[in-house]
Ligand binder design. Sequence first.
Ligand code: FAD
Length: 303
Amino acid sequence: MSNLTRDFFYGLSKNKFLNENAKKWGFKLGAEKFVAGTNLESVTKVIKELNRHGISGTIDNLGEFVSDSREATKAKNEIIRILDRIHEENLDCHLSIKITQLGLDIDQDFCMANVREIVETAYQYDIFVNIDMEDYSRYEKTMEVLQILRGDYPNVGTVMQSYLLRAEEDLDRLQDVRMRIVKGAYKESPGVAYQSKEEIDRNFIKLAKKRLLGDAFTSIATHDHHIINELKAFVREHNISRDNFEFQMLYGFRKEMQYDLAKEGYRFCTYIPFGTDWFGYYMRRIAERPQNLGIVAKDMLYT
Ligand code: FAD
């Protein structure tokens, strides 16, 4: 894909007007294939179906870069309702949160209080909370929030993006933290991030192998079968316990492969976004892989 196309969709993902209006449009452009509905009922149904196939879930209540404190409080309350639901229905599922949805860009103390309430509730229910990593301008603050919470709660972890030049050094400092390894979804400058697929992939494999040899739990989050196959071979070669890691993919992507990995006896977790705030999330998926739009467009033409 050309950089121009990638930049175009990435630009759309951050467009405030489109993000706001898309909430009113309902799902368009095939987004419903990648978003598990708009409410708690629809997402619960999806998790139950995955659980039946031995797959766990991580729920993402869609929304990010919130600048209105009422909206952030509303999101916090919605997320607590999700935790109640996971607990009540005994779902095999944890939570993924984006702290810009909870007020990071408004006031760090306000955000911290929101995140703390979520993590405390999840702790009472014995549910893990993953703090998703957003763009690099929020990286330091996200790590600060993580470190403060880690002082009080064991049920919280985060994400390392292999495109970051500093990823390995930071990962070494966070050896005891549950971590998801990803390539990285945002457009970052050469000053902070590798730009070529080869370098990003190489670093992903390096970080994942290092983690697999350590003690803390690791989520290997990619749809890239080359990487998955290489890591499966590494796990066999080093006799690494399958209880120490899982593969993760996004809802709606490579479904067959998700089910196959679970059938092969690997722990598997599907990342399940839901809600009306789908636009930014979906545009990033198209920026990564425009075929995601193509597949849907083809479907729309022939059905
Ligand atoms: P890509 O580099 O997109 O693809 C590599 C190769 O895999 C392709 O060339 C193709 O051969 C194959 N492939 C990929 N997708 C498909 C497909 N649908 N069908 C067929 N073949 C395919 N990013 C963040 O910055 N922060 C986060 O917190 C974060 N959380 C994530 C959580 C999960 C569970 C996942 C899966 C991703 C997350 N990401 C996050 C996004 C991530 O950083 C990447 O942008 C995204 O996963 C695309 O990279 P990839 O590793 O899947 O493979």
